[in-house]
Ligand binder design. Sequence first.
Ligand SMILES: [Zn+2]
Length: 256
Amino acid sequence: MIFYDTHAHYDDGRFDSDRETLLPELYRQGIGLINTIGTDIPSSRASIALAEQYPFIYAVVGGWPGNVGDMTEQDLEEYRTMASHEKVVAIGEIGLDYYYDDVPREIQKHWFDRQMALAAELSMPVVVHDRDAHGDCMDMVRKWAGQVKGVFHCFSGSAEMAVELTKLGWYVSFTGVVTFKNARRALEAVAAVSTDRIMIETDAPYLAPVPYRGRRNHSGYVPEVAKKIAEIKGLSLEEVARITTENGKRFFRISE
Ligand SMILES: [Zn+2]
């Protein structure tokens, strides 16, 4: 059984002590593909370096909404250059975060829009971070409909929103949050969308699933997310592993 963890942050300092042993071990355990996600220029560079080091790791480059407060057009140029690397599969994570609200909303929207334009120009998919900003994120998706397709990572919207996204050709991705006690909303979204539009992820080192909640997360826990989806969809774990891996490979255009 092979799993694809489509969203993790292996440049994070919490992996400094064991990254070199952990990543090959995860691969041996059946985590056949991993995306490591940039959140600013240095972490995007670090993500590419990891993708160069490990054949089963791919990189996503972009400015996360909490980090765009001082982003410049020169940074956008740098993401454009990075995106031409053969192991870079998407622009992200980009989007809006109205939960922390660290960066003025107009600035977040501006750089979300500029990075959507970059993805459109490069014909690349995007990885979207949406925290408490569903309405404005959907406006952005509709603005670029037909030009940009993407995935909402750690999907936290309604079932209706999930269905609308999939109708527009987008995907939704779920984390260990689906294993939490208060997961009703995320579970409704899982139930509402077609299985061929679902991806799974850890968002490691954050959001470790039950029964590992509170610990440092890593891709070895992604089967817990798949188990919950299998339960809701009435599928076997093997089927969910296979389908979500196929979905991720199709979406990120990975042929191996
Ligand atoms: Zn993330």
